[in-house]
Design a protein around this ligand. Structure first.
Ligand SMILES: Nc1ncnc2c1ncn2[C@@H]1O[C@H](COP(=O)(O)OP(=O)(O)O)[C@@H](O)[C@H]1O
Ligand SMILES: [Mg+2]
Ligand SMILES: [Zn+2]
Length: 291
């Protein structure tokens, strides 16, 4: 019986001697693991055991966090039935995003926002500039990186967002207003693609936008917005007073964001012209930069 117990203790990594055994190496990371003393489960006796290595504990925590985030992301996808649009942006990654003349700052800002996501709290990102110059791509890349890290992300265009809200007014629609507003406020990150792209906003739409901006600010959650506004429009009355006649909502939102003007040119245009010229995009853009 005693032998059997010693065998069990040995197998469980427990030592039966009272002197401290040598540290052992972690099989995964090679770190030294110092034995610690614990009370024997049955006798009044102190034993030496090897605790789980920090790397193993971290692995378990990562898995737990990932599972939790998958669960939340599924909830978001389900609520907005937007798994198809998430499919559309899945391939938009940092790896597939090229450094181009003028987009350096936008890349740096989004990378920082990903790296320091929790430290930045409600500090968001506002990327504006010419159409086709990679604003949606870079913010989607950042969003995808955060999903990888275990955060829940809602990526949605303003048009899609407002039409979903408007559709909840049809009595036979099964998405409720609260469901959609709920995910807008609960997602760790909201990427608002083509912010302020609507021609005209109804009072109701202004109110929804205000609720989202206000609600996320209260919860210290960031918004990343992309927009085709020019630097002049960015400060123009038309834009500033679009959400309310005092410009409060606008400055409140912008005040919570690092604003970056993406000066890069329209990438789609570069692709089209380089094809006509029968040269690579890179070659075309090198020639443009020399001019
Ligand atoms: N720096 C880049 N590297 C690779 N592809 C790019 C880059 N910038 C833009 N694109 C591609 O060009 C197209 C337009 O970019 P997009 O992000 O939709 O522009 P925007 O949102 O600014 O209008 C997309 O297919 C995108 O993947
Ligand atoms: Mg876009
Ligand atoms: Zn280890």
């Amino acid at each position: 019986m005693k032998d059997l117990m010693n065998q069990v203790l040995k197998n469980s990594g427990m030592s039966d001697s009272s002197s401290k055994p040598e540290p052992k190496e972690c099989a995964s990371c090679g770190e030294q693991i110092e034995p610690i003393q614990v009370e024997h489960p049955f006798h009044k006796e102190i034993r030496w055991v090897y605790p789980a290595c920090k790397c193993e504990i971290k692995k378990l925590e990562d898995i737990k966090r990932q599972q939790e985030s998958y669960r939340r992301q599924r909830k978001i996808n389900h609520a907005l039935k937007m798994s198809s649009s998430l499919e559309d942006i899945k391939h938009l990654t940092f790896e597939s995003y090229k450094l181009r003349h003028g987009n350096e700052k936008a890349i740096r800002e989004v990378e920082d926002a990903v790296e320091n996501f929790s430290e930045r709290s409600k500090l968001g990102v506002f990327i504006f500039g010419e159409t086709g110059n990679g604003k949606s791509h870079i913010t989607a890349a950042g969003g995808n990186a955060l999903i990888e890290k275990g955060y829940s992300v809602l990526f949605i265009t303003e048009k899609d967002l407002l039409s979903r809200f408007n559709a909840t007014k049809n009595y036979n629609n099964n998405e409720s207003f609260q469901e959609i507003m709920g995910v807008c406020l609960s997602a760790d990150l909201l990427v608002w693609d083509d912010f302020m792209s609507s021609q005209r906003l109804s009072d109701e739409e202004k109110d929804w936008i205000f609720q989202i901006i206000n609600g996320r600010e209260r919860k210290n959650k960031p918004i990343w917005a992309t927009s085709n506004l020019t630097p002049e429009e960015f400060e123009s009355d038309e834009v500033v007073y679009k959400l309310d006649n005092k410009g409060r909502t606008w400055w409140r939102l912008v005040g919570n964001m690092n604003c970056v003007y993406n000066k890069a040119s329209n990438y789609r245009k570069s692709i089209a012209i380089s094809r006509v010229l029968g040269i690579s995009v890179e070659e075309y853009e090198r020639r443009q930069a020399r001019e």
